[in-house]
Ligand binder design. Structure first.
Ligand code: SAM
Ligand code: SF4
Length: 352
């Protein structure tokens, strides 16, 4: 099946076209960020429950017939999955896939950056919540700060550019890191993106007053560096076969709003998932490591594709399952309402 022959697309009841598949390859991790995992005694998925690389590739092939053209690999920590570059190589060869990105904590990047680049990985986000090693340790409850820095350097040497750093913004932890991150963004070709802490932690500790909001981060940066100017979001490239123009006529789908410093040196991104949800333009569809489709990070329901894959399901049936999952997508998350229910799975098990 070729996507140009198929009029079917992953469009939900609200007209959102889903072209971006986020694939979790494992729920395991080599650190224990408090906003994502329990500190100890984590029960991981049994290995036999994880989709194989071939199963993931098959889902991606089917997804391209419905308009999927972007992939991001995530987890858990994707680099703990053995030979991940082999999966990148398989997915890069799938016709219709235009972009493959990876989000990693960077600890194993030093040894894998070049392999990933050679396999066809295009974009890299490294999560680093603090430039202060003590705060890094308080967040991750593990050592590894130096290895992350070495990983970022290896990624630079391997030709990844720009490298984006993700920092979760948590009240009481992040404030003192903002100006140092501002300097880093201005002095190196690094885009630093702050992500508001979302209620996806394993211990149910999230509270709204623990989120350091995007507008507060902007104020801290502006008082140090002067005005920040919002970067207009790029118009999206028209694509043959699109049924819908991209919502709003421009690519409003990236969750980050980027800002430049007034002198043009450096860029900061803000992902205001809590204070300014971007659900209206969400283009993301998710596959968990144990083979469940999810139409939202905060979804309370998921669609099992692994059983179908392992019991002789056809490509058509897999496509129908994806379409049904997208058809059931809600308008948005309800973090800001009294109706909000935190999903049972914490972030490391869903795939961030
Ligand atoms: N282990 C990889 C990493 O940390 O980059 C990939 C998986 S991680 C779940 C993906 C992203 O989700 C990371 O940038 C992480 O900081 C972010 N994240 C995890 N839990 C979060 C939460 N409760 N709120 C906001 N972002 C979160
Ligand atoms: Fe691991 Fe990433 Fe979760 Fe941190 S955010 S515990 S690095 S999966």
């Amino acid at each position: 099946m070729n996507h140009k022959q198929s009029p079917r697309r992953l469009i939900d009841r609200f007209g959102r076209l889903h072209n971006n598949l986020r694939i979790s390859v494992t729920d395991r991790c080599n650190i224990r960020c408090f906003y994502c995992m329990p500190a100890d005694n984590v029960e991981f998925m049994p290995k036999a429950h994880l989709l194989t690389f071939e199963e993931i590739e098959r889902i991606v092939r089917v997804g391209t017939t419905l308009g999927i053209d972007r992939i991001r690999l995530t987890g858990g920590e994707p680099l703990v999955r053995r030979d991940l570059h082999e999966l990148v190589r398989l997915l890069a060869a799938v016709p219709g896939i235009r972009d493959i990105g990876l989000t990693t904590n960077g600890i194993l990047l030093d040894e894998q950056a070049q392999l990933l680049k050679d396999a066809g990985l295009k974009r890299l986000n490294v999560s680093l919540d603090a430039l202060d090693p003590e705060i890094f340790k308080a967040v991750t409850r593990r050592d590894g700060y130096e290895r992350v820095l070495a990983g970022i350097e290896a990624a630079r040497r391997s030709g990844f550019s720009p490298i984006k750093l993700n920092a979760v913004s948590v009240r009481g932890l992040t404030e003192d890191q903002i100006v140092p991150f501002g300097h880093l963004a201005r002095e190196t070709a690094t885009v630093v993106r702050f992500i508001e802490f979302m209620p996806l932690d394993a211990d149910g500790q999230w509270q709204r007053d623990k989120v350091l909001f995007a507008h507060e981060i902007i104020s801290i940066l502006e008082s140090e560096f002067g005005p920040l100017l919002p970067v207009p979001r790029k118009a999206s490239e028209p694509r043959a076969g699109d049924l819908l123009p991209v919502i709003g006529g421009a690519s409003t789908q990236a969750p980050a709003q980027d800002y430049e410093f007034a002198d043009g040196r450096g860029r900061i991104g803000l992902i205001a998932s809590v204070s300014q949800p971007f659900c209206a333009s969400c283009n993301r569809f998710r596959l968990t490591a144990d083979g469940k489709f999810r139409n939202c990070l905060f979804s309370l329901e998921e669609t099992d594709v692994k059983t179908m894959l392992r019991s002789g399901g056809t490509d058509e049936e897999i496509a129908d399952l994806m379409l049904a999952c997208i058809a059931a997508k809600n308008e948005g998350h309800e973090i800001n309402t009294a109706n909000f229910i935190q999903p049972d799975r914490p972030m490391h098990s869903i795939g961030g």
